[in-house]
Design a binder for this molecule. Structure first.
Ligand SMILES: Nc1nc2c(ncn2[C@@H]2O[C@H](COP(=O)(O)OP(=O)(O)OP(=O)(O)O)[C@@H](O)[C@H]2O)c(=O)[nH]1
Ligand SMILES: [Mg+2]
Length: 313
């Protein structure tokens, strides 16, 4: 975990330095932020992709603190922002035990998202983690759009020791996932993770296909899927928000995995997504190695975004 915090901090370095540089330019009056400072601050926040709504929410609280005379210098401004961000993100905190200790068997995770966001990689990393925890994992190769997609999942399965259920490419994704669920149940799997395509070989719209997958899954296991995990690419900024709305409307997203936070200057998107959608951010990805996927926690995330707290003099 310590290593991950360090890498998270490195990964968000560009976002952090963007915010830090912006904050350094903010003007202070004798006892508070001067009147134009809040406007400058909004610009800094929006540039890091915190988004208009989340920024306004942060600024409102900041303004109240400012009026109380609690923000007299850069240090107090940073500490105050850190606290407001943590308060906003706190409810989104996640731990793997929430899935590992599920009472259902198998615990079914349906993974959705547009192409290239990191679905298959995220599944591989999750499987790695679960197998490491002693769980029996089945993977469903529901992305039948390309043969390479199935191979990619099989490679992960071999690498981490998870069973992969597949059919030939071009087959019906709902049928593949249905079979995988039946196989997973028969084999006594603890966790089943279903991959899906970000685009389709048929003319059927993606959202309709995903709805069908969900319906068909429920025929085999009424309570499934127990988690609909939407994968979003952290580098796409505000576009990720509109993707989230579409998927949520279609299949009811229960959690988000935000990938590629390594190296982006737009890490503030986490605040934007959680503030707008109130869908918990469960996981963040900061690289391609198996250990580069971790549960989201507000505290280390905000530390990485804003720098560690330096107590005010
Ligand atoms: N830097 C970085 N790259 C990542 C991360 N997660 C995934 N990737 C890379 O993103 C690319 C796409 O990942 P995939 O897992 O194949 O994406 P997908 O959503 O399954 O894509 P489709 O199957 O085409 O829909 C790969 O090169 C991954 O290695 C991350 O957290 N950081
Ligand atoms: Mg894929």
């Amino acid at each position: 975990m310590q290593g991950f915090i360090k890498r998270l901090s490195e990964g968000l370095g560009r976002t952090r330095s963007g915010i830090a540089k912006g904050l350094e330019r903010i003007g202070f009056g004798p006892r508070a932020l001067d009147p134009t400072a809040l406007e400058d601050l909004e610009e800094v926040l929006i540039t890091s992709d915190i988004g208009v709504h989340a920024s306004q929410r942060l600024l409102k609280t900041l303004d109240e603190e400012n009026k109380k005379g609690n923000i007299k210098n850069l240090q107090e401004l940073r500490n105050c922002l850190r606290k407001i961000m943590k308060d906003l993100l706190e409810p989104s905190g996640f731990q793997f035990s929430e899935w590992l200790q599920a009472r259902v068997k198998p615990f079914v995770i349906l993974v959705v998202g547009v192409n290239g966001v990191g679905k298959t990689t995220t599944i591989g990393k999750l499987a790695h983690r679960f197998v490491h925890e002693g769980k029996k994992v089945t993977l469903a190769a529901g992305d039948t759009f390309r043969a390479a997609a199935v191979e990619q999942l099989e490679l992960w399965g071999k690498r981490v020791g998870a069973e992969v259920v597949r059919q030939q490419s071009g087959s019906d994704p709902a049928a593949v996932i249905f079979d995988a669920l039946a196989a997973g149940k028969a084999r006594g799997s603890d966790i089943l993770i279903a991959d899906t395509a970000g685009r389709l070989h048929t003319k059927a719209p993606l959202m309709e296909e995903l709805k069908k997958i969900k319906r068909v899954m429920q025929k085999e296991m009424t309570s499934s899927p127990h988690e609909v995990l939407l994968v979003l690419d952290g580098t796409t900024g505000q576009n990720a928000l509109s993707q989230a709305r579409l998927f949520h409307e279609a299949v009811g997203v229960t959690g988000i995995a935000l990938t590629k936070l390594d190296g982006t200057a737009k890490g503030g998107i986490v605040l934007s997504i959680y503030n707008e959608l109130k869908i918990p951010i469960r996981l963040i990805g900061i690289g391609e190695a198996p250990e580069d996927l971790q549960p989201f926690q507000a505290e280390p995330f905000v530390d990485a975004l804003m720098g560690e707290e330096i107590p005010s003099a």
